[in-house]
Design a protein around this ligand. Structure first.
Ligand code: BG6
Length: 442
């Protein structure tokens, strides 16, 4: 892996929470690992007044790395400021700002007319719906080519998410059964124990479908169900994801809200924003037609966990399964917090005649690999600095995903649920018992 050097990294909104919690610590870690070295400058910008010393001392980082940090108030004139710091061949601008400020900030940096290669990194949300996403993309496109824009979806940087493609295409055994002939349903479970904690300003206008489903969870589904890309080139992978997204239809949505939500600081006392949602969708292509996909996600439930379950069709009612009680095979992708893959299989109970027990074959990252997986932002920032688009989302991907929800957001009743518990499902299905699998690999 090549090291990054001769690079100026601008963090717009550098006094904010994201810079403090994620960006600067991730850069510090990359620096310590020697992945960014030699002729590096990190320039924080914002409206506040800071000296370099004050800015540096606001982060818990090594003195060595801190000496590469600088602060510049506002944007106009930053080109000259950077020129005075040294000669850099590349400028990477990270917009750590509220989304409403993206277009203006992008223009201000473009107005500086940097002579170096420039790229601009933005965080979700990319728009609020299809129309606003299109508008934002067209505003960015006025100043930057798509190849210069990196839209972060931090789920793509999770190790267990990156492994989905390897699982599918690096193992011959699963490919033949990955279709509607063998699969009964796909279920995605992404739940959190935390409430919206201090994020009312953003969350109450957004809701969990915009916050989690349109981006992270559709990305997971796309990786799980898309056709194989011709190469691993980011363009080829994105093309397959877009094809898959284009074949999705959202069939049914149920919205829920935790019972103490309206009392949260900053939340409208009559808010109908959903904090939990259940979605049924279909994938209308040759491979998946007729197979339901269920997504459930939300805040303030009993535990944190993201799992994807692929449930296979039950074996025929013959031989030891005359009563139809052998459980169907399931593959559970454990994305977090414990990472791994579990395959359920039926096994003869030793000694007993014709008695079958459900048993498991599992792979756990913590048993098979040593060392910590790098934090998502380290991976994302390193890729942004070296211009690798694989883990970033294209304008077309984000617009296609928004389009699926046209006329479907903020509709229907919101049912209250008890904080700390899963709401009662409105789907008459057998949800996979994801809580059971939570203990594997822990
Ligand atoms: C963010 C959402 O994108 O993802 C948050 O805005 C959510 O509301 C978070 O909590 C979940 O990320 P992770 O990595 O903790 O699953």
């Amino acid at each position: 892996m090549k090291n990054i050097h001769n690079c100026a990294i601008i963090i717009a909104g550098a006094s904010g929470d994201l810079a403090k919690r994620k960006l600067i610590p991730a850069l510090d870690a990359l620096y310590k690992q020697g992945k960014i070295c030699n002729n590096i400058a990190v320039i924080g910008t914002g409206r506040s007044n800071f000296t370099n010393e004050q800015f540096r001392s606001s982060f818990a980082i090594s003195d060595d790395f801190a000496s590469h940090l600088h602060y510049y108030k506002n944007t106009a004139g930053i080109k000259q400021f950077i020129e005075a710091l040294g000669q850099f061949s590349k400028i990477v601008i990270f917009l750590s700002l509220p989304p409403s400020a993206y277009a203006v900030a992008a223009k201000e940096f473009a107005d500086e007319r940097f002579e170096q290669q420039v790229s601009i990194v933005i965080e979700k949300p990319f728009g609020y719906d299809y129309a606003s996403a299109k508008l934002l993309n067209s505003q960015l496109a006025e100043y930057y080519d798509e190849s210069q824009i990196l839209r972060i979806d931090h789920y793509l940087a999770k190790e267990a998410v990156q492994n989905i493609m390897v699982f599918r295409y690096g193992n011959t055994v699963f490919n033949p059964v990955w279709n509607s002939h063998y699969v009964e349903s796909i279920q995605i479970n992404a739940i959190e124990q935390l409430t919206i904690i201090e994020r009312a300003g953003y969350f109450d206008k957004s809701g969990i479908i915009r916050d989690m489903v349109q981006n992270h969870l559709l990305q997971l589904l796309a990786l799980l169900t898309m056709e194989a890309p011709v190469t691993l080139n980011p363009h080829d992978v994105k093309m397959q994801k877009i094809c898959l997204l284009n074949s999705i239809k959202i069939e049914e949505i149920h919205r829920y809200q935790y019972d103490t939500y309206r009392g949260e600081n900053g939340v409208d006392s009559e808010s109908t924003t959903e904090t939990f949602a259940e979605i049924r969708l279909s994938i209308n292509n040759m491979r998946w037609a007729g197979i339901p996909v269920y997504i459930r996600t939300g805040k303030a439930v009993h535990r944190k966990g993201t799992e994807i379950g692929v449930r296979f069709k039950a074996p025929p009612k013959v031989l030891f399964n005359e009563n139809g009680d052998i459980p169907a095979n399931q593959i559970i992708f454990k994305i977090q917090p414990a990472e791994g893959i579990v395959l359920d299989i039926a096994t003869k109970t030793p000694g007993a005649d014709e008695q079958i027990s459900p048993t498991y074959m599992n792979f756990c990252y913590n048993q098979n690999f040593t060392g910590n997986n790098p934090e998502a932002y380290q991976k994302l920032l390193f890729d942004a600095l070296r211009g690798d688009h694989t883990l970033f989302v294209s304008a077309e991907e984000t617009e296609t995903a928004w389009k699926l929800f046209e006329g479907k957001l903020d509709r229907g009743d919101v049912v209250h649920y008890t904080t700390g518990k899963l709401p009662q499902s409105k789907f008459d299905i057998r949800w996979i018992d994801f809580d059971y699998y939570a203990n594997f690999c822990a």
